[in-house]
Design a protein around this ligand. Structure first.
Ligand code: BDR
Ligand code: CA
Length: 308
């Protein structure tokens, strides 16, 4: 049976590849794509989601969510994703329809109607998911798992202690980690091992079809920023959430209690994993720590190869 998924994202190069993987997988049934501001403004991330899905010939319920974090101003990442949020490939404008409802209302309605559990995937700031859980807490019983890209046990990529998605909206992350719903966390610990090399990109390009070539062009642009940061390959963050749902056997995990720092002077937005067990809290998070890189790349190649 396919796992039912609502996919919340802020495309973003790695979000775009994660979306393409999710729609190509025979194991996942994507009920909706909901969009948040994050890597770029909401107008741009929504436009990017539409353009990627159109280009790939995917039709899906799409809804726009929050244009800024719950209590803060939006911080975007043009140095990573370019001015459009998806610089690199030339993607035509899309006329895919966007639902009239706010993304949070779409999520609530899908959850209310659901007869089997739904998994939330979130690959951007957790604003939409946090707003959903705080506004409509009754839907929690319908959610079996929240699989996120965000955080880390050790170190950050936006500040010394925090990863971008959590740093942008720490209060939303705090709501999610305190929701009582189990979380699967693809943080930097694993995503900095989910490396895609230049050779991998050429393997994808050599599939010589429209969508794989576009994916290679996304990877070309995404690699530029990472090269300036001293990486010799590109950490492909967001697709790790999808890889985990498709084949968790390729990912090494540990169960931890994880909390979010919402007021630290140096650690705002840090995901604090209680590795010692000294906080005496039950584990709320499956923390991903390592991945079989070769199998991860094979999975990406196989999934993008299902498109024209
Ligand atoms: C996360 O931040 C964004 O730039 C990426 O899309 C990913 O979700 C990595 O820190
Ligand atoms: Ca993202």
């Amino acid at each position: 049976m396919k796992r039912k998924v609502i996919f919340d994202c802020d495309p973003g190069h790695d979000d775009a590849i994660a979306l393409l993987m999710a729609f190509a997988s025979t194991r996942l049934d994507i009920l909706a794509v909901t969009v948040t501001g994050g890597n770029q403004t909401l107008a741009k991330t929504l436009n990017n989601a539409k353009r990627v899905l159109s280009f790939a010939g995917v039709e899906c319920l799409i809804a726009a969510g929050c244009d800024k974090p719950l209590f803060r101003e939006l911080e975007v990442a043009p140095e990573v994703h370019g001015d459009s949020g998806l610089d690199g490939p030339v993607l035509p404008e899309s006329n895919l329809p966007v639902d009239d409802r706010h993304a949070v209302e779409v999520m609530r309605d899908l959850l209310d109607q659901a007869t089997e559990p739904i998994t939330l995937v979130a690959t951007g700031p957790l604003t939409n998911v946090g707003l959903l859980l705080s506004t409509y807490p009754h839907v929690k019983s319908k959610i079996d798992l929240i699989a996120i890209m965000g955080g880390s046990v050790v170190g950050g990529n936006w500040t010394p202690g925090a990863e971008f998605n959590i740093m942008v909206d720490p209060e939303a992350a705090h709501i999610v980690f305190h929701s009582g719903i189990h979380i699967a966390m693809a943080g930097l610990d694993v995503t900095h091992r989910a490396m895609v090399t230049k050779q991998d990109t050429e393997r994808i390009r050599s599939l010589n079809k429209k969508v794989p070539v576009m994916v290679a062009e996304l990877l070309d642009f995404f690699a530029l920023f990472h090269h300036t940061m001293g990486f010799d390959a590109t950490p492909l963050h967001d697709p790790v959430t999808i890889a985990y749902l498709i084949d968790p056997s390729i990912i090494t995990t540990k169960e931890y209690y994880v909390d979010i720092d919402v007021d630290g002077e140096f650690t705002l937005g840090a995901t604090v994993a209680d590795q010692l067990g000294s906080m005496n809290q039950p584990a709320n998070t499956t923390v991903m720590l390592d991945i079989d890189r070769e199998k991860f790349v094979d999975m990406i190649v196989d999934l993008v190869n299902t498109y024209e």
